[in-house]
Design a binder for this molecule. Structure first.
Ligand SMILES: Cc1cc2nc3c(=O)[nH]c(=O)nc-3n(C[C@H](O)[C@H](O)[C@H](O)COP(=O)(O)OP(=O)(O)OC[C@H]3O[C@@H](n4cnc5c(N)ncnc54)[C@H](O)[C@@H]3O)c2cc1C
Length: 313
């Protein structure tokens, strides 16, 4: 293994031109502040580095997993056997005919929202305040106030696990509520182009400020360790959704705590790392909550937060 390890380190350096880090604590790369060591870790700072890192892990047959900001992910206490690829490849440009914004997948959502505002382009105000990268947000079709990012995506460039680059349009993603096909086929988003509308900067600015004010009221303090809503809002028969937070409150979630993991009292669908929680605490708390909701309402809640086990096939 040691020989394989040093061989892969040398191979990666040769392909990418930058060294890998070893035994990196994943708690430092997740907003949950939970997670053991990854065997290997690399932060890609450009599109080129992202492409060549994927080539290196593919050719070296090392398991890997891409992350953006780590705002929607729960790492395992045992860390990750393979390589965690953190995507910090950022970049924004206006695309012809000027109503389209092209974003590299490691661009922060906040940068995308600011860029649209600076160019007088309207549409993405609902994304203001959602932490993370374009890649993470497209993968999970992030959204708020009844709107989703996928509605604005026009086309994108993907890198398949086999290393092929393909240009696809919105239909390819099969966007749904907090869902895209990226979650199933594990292709990597390299770049996305969003179609927006011309707008008045002052109106856009006011909408952003309004949305941020609502979020400040609803969400825990900014330094709270959590990953956003833990469960998706479940669908009802008539095509409507009911709030997971409401169901959780009805089953006494507010007071629940397992180990260092707790339910945030102000909003039952937020599970927080209250006191040095382990991933197993969060998973046990989530399992208990799911069981209570299933027993009382016959509804099986589905996780919105991604748990990454230490070994993947
Ligand atoms: C305080 C707080 C508030 C939040 N509010 C909201 C909200 O209002 N609405 C909402 O929808 N979410 C919300 N979230 C969740 C989170 O911000 C979003 O899911 C965000 O899109 C995650 O982006 P990320 O870059 O951090 O993704 P990560 O957590 O790093 O990754 C999430 C998933 O995306 C995949 N992924 C990342 N980059 C790529 C890529 N380039 N190609 C393919 N797959 C990729 C990862 O493999 C993983 O499966 C909130 C989270 C927090 C902590």
């Amino acid at each position: 293994m040691n020989q394989n390890r040093s061989h892969f380190l040398a191979f990666f350096l040769q392909i990418v031109g930058k060294p890998l880090e070893e035994n990196v604590e994943l708690r430092n790369y997740s907003n949950f502040k939970i997670g053991g060591p990854a065997d290997f870790f690399f932060e890609a700072e450009s599109d080129g580095e992202l492409r060549s890192a994927v080539r290196a892990v593919r050719d070296g047959e090392v398991p890997f997993y891409i992350i953006g900001g780590g705002f929607n992910i729960l790492f395992d206490d045992a860390g990750f056997r393979g390589l965690i690829l953190k995507n910090s490849a950022r970049g924004l440009a206006l695309a012809d005919p000027g109503l389209r914004v092209k974003a590299a997948s490691g661009t922060l959502i906040s940068e995308l929202v600011d860029y649209a505002l600076a160019n007088g382009l309207e549409g993405l105000e609902f994304m203001a305040g959602i932490p993370g990268t374009v890649g993470g947000a497209v993968s999970g079709n992030a959204g708020a106030f009844g709107q989703c990012l996928g509605d604005f995506l026009e086309e994108a460039v993907l890198l398949s696990r086999r290393g092929e680059e393909v240009r696809v349009s919105r239909d390819h993603f099969e966007f749904g509520y907090r869902h895209s096909k990226l979650k199933i086929d594990h292709d990597i988003l390299l770049e996305a182009t969003f179609r927006l509308r011309p707008g008045d900067r002052e109106v856009i600015r006011a909408k952003i400020a309004g949305n941020l004010a609502v979020r400040t009221k609803r969400h825990p303090a900014p330094d709270t360790a959590y990953a956003g809503s833990y469960f998706k809002n479940p669908p009802l028969a008539e095509g409507k959704k009911t709030a997971a937070g409401y169901l959780l409150e009805q089953v006494g979630a507010k007071e629940l705590k397992i180990g260092g993991a707790a339910v945030f009292p102000g909003h039952c669908n937020l599970l927080i790392n209250a006191d040095n929680a382990a991933a197993r605490d969060v998973l046990a708390l989530a399992a208990e909550l799911k069981e209570r909701v299933r027993a009382k309402f016959g509804i099986v809640l589905e996780e919105e937060v991604m748990f990454l086990p230490s070994t993947v096939v």
